[in-house]
Design a protein around this ligand. Structure first.
Ligand code: CU1
Length: 534
């Protein structure tokens, strides 16, 4: 598959070139060190987890279709909300963007592969066991974690063995993310083609460089938090038990010190994807490249000092409430810089609306919505009213689904032809976009109303007054789920070449060249041609 002989890059085992046997079948995938193979595996793993987490979402929405208990018992419902969150965050969204990084970073930087190709293989193959632990935790006595994806004690200290499996899964996922981040940072800092200074890198590389630092800084914090739960459960410690001198609220502080940067671990690579695609379909360079880089870094730094905005109802001193409120509102500034730069990029461009661009515009509109509701929630007095209501659920699904997922779709449509050699079917892609856009809004927009009216999150049953919007939301959810099976069909058709249109070397008419958007001259190579050393 790769044009560079395997051994030339990774050092061979001394077998002669005439009988150079690359493993085939399952052995190829188990042992591969090729960044494209590993990128593909990440993406397929991510889609599989997306379907698993999606089925859980549909079980939730089926139960909430009408008041009363019809489909599952409350205990199982709580497990569904918890696992849905964990699986979507750690199993679906994060691996998707690591998959894009694997595929695109070496190509964008002019590197032969990722810096640590074997560790790259190990990073990926840690994921399936973690996923199996998470999913099988449903079937052990006591069931899986039922305290939400945030795993708050004291409930998680008291739960059955399923919680131990979850803790182990979180440790493995963290190890995988940290190794992936080390790989990404090393590749970006050491393996750029001659002439490509940091400030000439494509934005996707920049956002991933910053994201990788966020991951390395925060994953060990999460690992520490769940390890303390583990020792509270089995080794007689009382970190989170007031009776032993501990404090359950301390868990929330530690968790959210990880949890808030985690939001940007998901969002920043999505910003990177959008910053590549909007210029290509506007036929204009990205507006304000330097300010984009600094805005990304500012968001990352600010993300470490706002965590307690998730904890306004825990009884914080007024000074703390004020500090976390204003610090949180500050994030709107660099985020605004990015949004206005994207708008300025499109301004007076010759825009065409192919599927990747449509998903980017969907992202821009809906992510900004999610940003505004985030600003609403940052206000302490408002948040105390809306805490743990469906308003919060609506808010973060606008950020996560319309933000991260839509830009992941954009990336697959944009880079898919490059990867497979075939164009996807444009008409089907557009149907997928409009179907997803409408179903997404039918699902999540009414949840704002439900939250404002006081409907709590994470409950299987609710008062009669919430019935109508819940029914609408559930119908939207099933429509959204079906749209993603349609997406799978489109991707399989693309891979199989069913569109009948071969993708040229530059699938988007060479517009990708605009990825390099600095005022200084573009680097003398693109990712289509190997770098020429002058
Ligand atoms: Cu946050």
């Amino acid at each position: 598959m790769a044009s560079i002989p395997h051994d030339a890059v990774h050092g061979g085992h001394g077998h002669d070139d005439q009988h150079d046997h690359h493993p085939t079948g399952i052995k190829r995938w188990l042992t591969t060190t090729n960044h494209k193979d590993i990128g593909s595996m990440y993406l397929w793993f991510s889609f599989t987890m997306f379907i698993v987490g999606g089925i859980m979402a549909l079980i939730i929405r089926a139960e909430l279709f009408q008041p009363g208990l019809q489909v599952v018992n409350p205990e199982f419902f709580n497990q569904m909300t918890s696992l849905h969150g964990l699986i979507m965050v750690f199993g679906a969204i994060m691996p998707a963007f690591v998959g894009f990084a694997n595929w695109m970073l070496p190509l964008q930087l002019g590197a032969p592969d990722m810096a640590f190709a074997r560790m790259n293989n190990w990073s990926f193959w840690l994921l399936p066991p973690a996923a199996i632990l998470l999913v099988t935790s449903m079937f052990v006595p006591g069931g899986s974690v039922a305290a939400g994806w945030t795993m708050y004690p004291p409930l998680t200290v008291q739960q059955g063995i399923g919680m131990d499996l979850t803790i182990f899964a979180v440790h493995i996922l963290g190890a995988s993310s940290i190794m992936g981040s080390i790989n990404i940072i090393t590749t970006i800092l050491n393996m750029r083609a001659p002439g490509m200074t940091l400030m000439k890198m494509p934005m996707f590389a920049w956002t991933w460089l910053i994201t990788a630092f966020l991951l390395i800084a925060t994953m060990p914090v999460l690992a520490g938090a769940v390890t303390m739960i583990l020792t509270d459960r089995h080794f007689g410690t009382t970190f989170f038990n007031a009776a032993g001198g501990g404090d359950p609220v301390m868990y929330q502080h530690i968790f959210w010190f990880f949890g808030h940067p985690e939001v940007y671990i998901i969002a920043l690579p999505a910003f990177g994807v959008v910053s590549q695609i909007l210029p290509a379909f506007s036929r204009k360079p990205l507006f304000g490249y330097h300010s984009m880089v600094y805005a990304t870094a500012s968001i990352a730094i600010l993300s470490f000092i706002v965590w307690a905005h998730h904890m306004y109802t825990t009884g914080m001193p007024l000074a703390g409430q004020m500090y976390f409120m204003f610090a949180t509102m500050l994030i709107a500034v660099p985020t605004g810089v990015k949004v206005f730069n994207w708008l300025a990029t499109m301004w007076r461009g010759s825009i065409t609306l192919e599927t990747p661009m449509l998903f980017c515009l969907g992202f821009l509109f809906l992510f900004t919505m999610g940003g505004f509701t985030g600003l609403v929630l940052s206000l302490t007095p408002v948040d105390i009213q809306l805490h743990d209501t469906y308003y919060v659920v609506a808010h973060f699904h606008y950020v996560m689904v319309a933000g991260a997922l839509f830009s992941a779709f954009a990336a697959v449509y944009y880079w898919g032809p490059k990867w497979t050699g075939w164009m996807y079917d444009e008409k089907l892609g557009k149907i997928h976009f409009w179907w997803s856009l409408i179903a997404f809004n039918v699902t999540f927009f009414p949840q704002h109303f439900l939250g404002l009216a006081g409907m709590p999150r994470r409950i299987p049953d609710y008062n009669l007054q919430f019935a109508d919007w819940n029914a609408v939301s559930s119908i939207g959810a099933f429509a959204f789920g079906t749209a993603q099976i349609f997406f799978l069909y489109i991707v399989i058709r693309m891979i199989a070449g069913k569109s009948g249109v071969r993708a040229p070397a530059k699938p988007w008419d060479g517009a990708e060249g605009l990825e390099w958007t600095v005022p200084s001259p573009a680097p003398y190579h693109t990712f289509e041609t190997p770098p020429v050393v002058k």
